[in-house]
Design a protein around this ligand. Structure first.
Ligand SMILES: O=C(O)CCC(=O)C(=O)O
Length: 283
């Protein structure tokens, strides 16, 4: 295989203890420019006249439709809940109305694919102990100025469950992420308490198997990072982000990785692939 891990023992210890790790300057200015300008191009080409699907983490059951399910293997566009007026017209240009693009950018777009399978990304996964990792979803998240929606407290293993759980989030800041424009917040060490609930897909649609616990906001710490920083997030870490009420966007490229060696992708996950994803490497 020839892939060597790139985390030092202190970084690994921090990740294992706190449940997350910030890697500053993970992406170069050129890589950020190229991911952002490719997204600008995809957005320019996106014709939303026939279909507008909304993404909301506060209203997930109602807004989940076939467009959402099929996005697991496509490049699909989801609008902000607050993007439309009462007559269903966009209140601002489409470029400032999209919540996210997902969930298979890493498979279908050469620029996103190249970053996703870069040597440094593979080395990071090797450090984290992945034997045969697959990217199970990718998202370009805009957190638009003024209307960027909140992402409620959650654990990534709830949505992307393997038995045993193996999900890690790799969240790359494409712009500076601050408390003002809606950075990530997490409860350090919360991954030690295990998985709280699962997001299940069945013949009736999707639902959580348990209600959300109520979290004390005092337990969350902000993870403010510069553009180019990557935040590795343990699949059981409780994390969230708030609405962006500022006039500055907060773009990010988020990957979720699971292992396919020594664990099983369970069939009641929302993602049901027709074609199995290719592993990034096999060791
Ligand atoms: O970008 C955000 O605001 C939230 C992202 C997130 O929670 C995730 O990628 O798991």
């Amino acid at each position: 295989m020839g892939i060597a891990g790139n985390l030092n023992p202190n970084q690994l210890e921090f990740f294992n203890t706190e449940g997350y790790l910030v890697l500053e300057s993970f992406a170069s200015a050129d890589e950020i420019r190229s991911l952002r300008s490719r997204m600008e191009q995809l957005l320019d080409e996106f014709d939303f006249s026939s279909k507008a699907s909304i993404f909301s983490t506060t209203n997930q059951q109602q807004t989940t439709d076939d467009y959402f399910f099929e996005s697991a293997e496509k490049i699909s566009f989801f609008f902000e809940e607050k993007a439309f007026d009462d007559d269903g017209n966009l209140k601002q240009p489409k470029q400032l109305s999209i919540n996210k693009v997902g969930h298979a950018l890493h498979e279908h777009d050469p620029i996103f694919k190249s970053f996703t399978s870069s040597e440094k990304a593979l080395s990071l996964l090797c450090s984290l102990g992945y034997k045969r990792p697959v990217v199970i979803q990718s998202m370009y998240i805009f957190k638009q100025p003024g209307i960027g929606g909140e992402v409620v407290p959650h654990q990534d293993n709830s949505f992307l469950y393997t038995d045993p759980p193996t999900c890690t989030g790799l969240w790359l800041a494409l712009e500076d992420a601050t408390i003002t424009n809606g950075c990530l917040w997490a409860i350090p060490r919360s991954h030690k308490d295990g998985l709280v609930r699962r997001f299940i897909r069945d013949e009736t649609g999707v639902h959580f198997d348990k209600p959300s616990p109520s979290y004390d906001q005092k337990d969350f710490v902000p993870i403010e990072v510069k553009a180019g920083s990557l935040v590795a997030i343990h699949g059981d870490l409780i994390h969230q982000s708030f609405e962006n009420k500022s006039c500055t966007s907060r773009h990010a490229y988020s990957l979720h990785v699971v292992d396919t060696d020594g664990c099983k992708w369970v069939e009641d996950n929302w993602i049901r692939r027709k074609v199995d994803p290719e592993p990034l490497y096999a060791s």
